[in-house]
Design a protein around this ligand. Structure first.
Ligand SMILES: CCCCC/C=C\C/C=C\C=C\CC(=O)SCCNC(=O)CCNC(=O)[C@H](O)C(C)(C)COP(=O)(O)OP(=O)(O)OC[C@H]1O[C@@H](n2cnc3c(N)ncnc32)[C@H](O)[C@@H]1OP(=O)(O)O
Length: 292
C-alpha cells in the first residue's frame, strides 16, 4: 500500500512544481540529509544530487539503512530543484554487498516482512523515479547491490570489481522483480545465463553485455558521472520522463499488483529450514574467508 502510494506520487511528480523550497537550501551546494550511513548533497545550480552510501563494512542493506535511503529518495523526488541523482559509495572497493544477510538469517517474522516491504519500496522509488538516476559503481556490487545499480538509468563502473545477481550461489531464488530489472537491462537470454548460474561478472564482462554502460578509472568515476548526468539533463524533461515511464510502468505494475503476495512468498521461502541452512553456511564461509 505504502509503495502504491509512493508510485502514484511519483507519477504525479511532473506536475509538482509549486512546492516551497527547503529551508536547508541556502547555498549552492547543500546537504539534504546527512547521517552516519547516508549523505545526500544537492547542487542547487545544476539540480544534481549525490547520494553516498556509507554503512561499513560493506553497505549491506538492512531495514534501517533502506528506510533511510527511501526517505532520502522521496525527499529528492519532491524537491522541485532536483533533476538527477548520482548514487555512489563512500566505502572503498564496495558499492553495496546487497541485502544484509543477517536480516534473513534466523529472523523475527514481523521484522522479516517489514524488511522485504522496505526493499520493495526502495526498488519502486528508484526504478520509478522521475529523476535521472546514475549509479557510479566504485566497488563490488552483488545481488541487492546490483539491483540498486540496475534500477538507475545509467551505470558507470570502475575496473577491478564484480557485479551480478548471485542469489542461486546462496541457494536462494532471485525475486521475479530482480529478474525483471535485469531483463530490462540486458535482455532475457543474458539474464537467464547470469541468474541461473549466479554469475558475478567483472566490470569488463558486465560492460560487454550491457549491464554496465561505461567503464572509467576509479579516480574519474565521480567527474564522469556528473558529465554523463549533464548530458541527460539536456534532454527535454517531459519527453524523457514519459518515455521512461512508458518503458518501466509495466515492470513496476507487476510488483505493485503483487506486493503482499511477494512479501508472503519471500517470508515463507526464507523461513524454510533448507534456506536457513544455506544462509547459515554462506555467512560462515564469508567469515572464514576473512580469517584465511
Ligand atoms: C519462491 C519465492 C521466492 C521469493 C524470493 C525469495 C528469496 C529471495 C531472497 C533474497 C534475495 C537476496 C538478494 C541479496 O542481496 S542477498 C546478499 C548477497 N550478497 C552477497 O552474497 C555478498 C556477500 N559478500 C561478499 O561477497 C563480500 O563481502 C564483498 C565482495 C561484498 C566484500 O568483500 P570483502 O573481502 O571486502 O569483505 P568481507 O570480509 O567478505 O566482509 C566484511 C564483513 O561484512 C560481512 N558481509 C559481507 N556481505 C554481507 C551481507 N550481504 N550481509 C551481511 N554481512 C555481510 C562479512 O560477513 C564480514 O563480516 P565480519 O566477519 O567482519 O563480521
Amino acid at each position: 500500500m505504502a509503495a502504491r502510494m509512493a508510485f502514484s506520487r511519483l507519477t504525479r511528480s511532473l506536475c509538482e512544481v509549486g512546492r516551497s523550497r527547503s529551508l536547508l537550501l541556502q547555498s549552492a551546494r547543500w546537504v539534504t540529509s546527512a547521517s552516519k550511513t547516508l549523505t545526500v548533497t544537492m547542487d542547487d545550480k545544476t539540480g544534481i544530487a549525490e547520494m553516498s552510501l556509507n554503512r561499513p563494512p560493506v553497505n549491506s542493506l538492512s531495514l534501517e539503512f533502506m528506510t533511510e535511503i527511501n526517505i532520502a529518495l522521496e525527499k529528492l523526488e519532491h524537491e522541485k530543484f532536483c533533476r538527477g541523482v548520482i548514487i555512489t559509495s563512500a566505502i572503498p572497493k564496495i558499492f553495496s554487498a546487497g541485502l544484509d544477510i543477517l536480516e534473513m538469517y534466523q529472523p523475527k517474522p514481523e521484522r522479516l516482512s517489514e524488511f522485504w516491504k522496505t526493499l520493495q519500496d526502495m526498488w519502486l522509488l528508484l526504478f520509478g523515479s522521475r529523476l535521472t538516476t546514475i549509479a557510479a559503481i566504485n566497488g563490488h556490487s552483488p545481488a541487492g547491490g546490483a539491483l540498486v545499480a540496475m534500477s538507475c538509468d545509467y551505470r558507470i563502473m570502475a575496473p577491478g570489481f564484480n557485479i551480478g545477481l548471485n542469489e542461486t550461489q546462496l541457494g536462494i531464488v532471485p525475486p521475479f522483480w530482480f529478474i525483471d530489472t535485469m531483463m530490462h537491462t540486458i535482455g532475457s537470454r543474458q539474464t537467464e545465463l547470469c541468474c541461473q548460474k549466479g554469475l558475478m561478472l567483472s566490470t569488463e564482462e558486465a560492460a560487454r553485455i550491457g549491464l554496465v554502460d561505461k567503464v572509467v578509472p576509479l579516480d574519474q568515476i565521480a567527474s564522469e558521472a556528473k558529465a554523463e548526468m549533464q548530458s541527460w539533463l539536456k534532454i527535454p524533461v517531459a519527453a524523457k520522463l514519459i518515455t521512461k515511464q512508458t518503458i518501466r510502468a509495466p515492470i513496476l505494475e507487476k510488483l505493485q499488483t503483487r506486493q503482499e503476495a511477494d512479501v508472503q512468498n519471500f517470508c515463507n521461502f526464507a523461513m524454510k529450514d533448507s534456506v536457513q541452512k544455506s544462509l547459515g553456511m554462506y555467512l560462515e564461509n564469508l567469515k572464514k574467508k576473512q580469517k584465511e
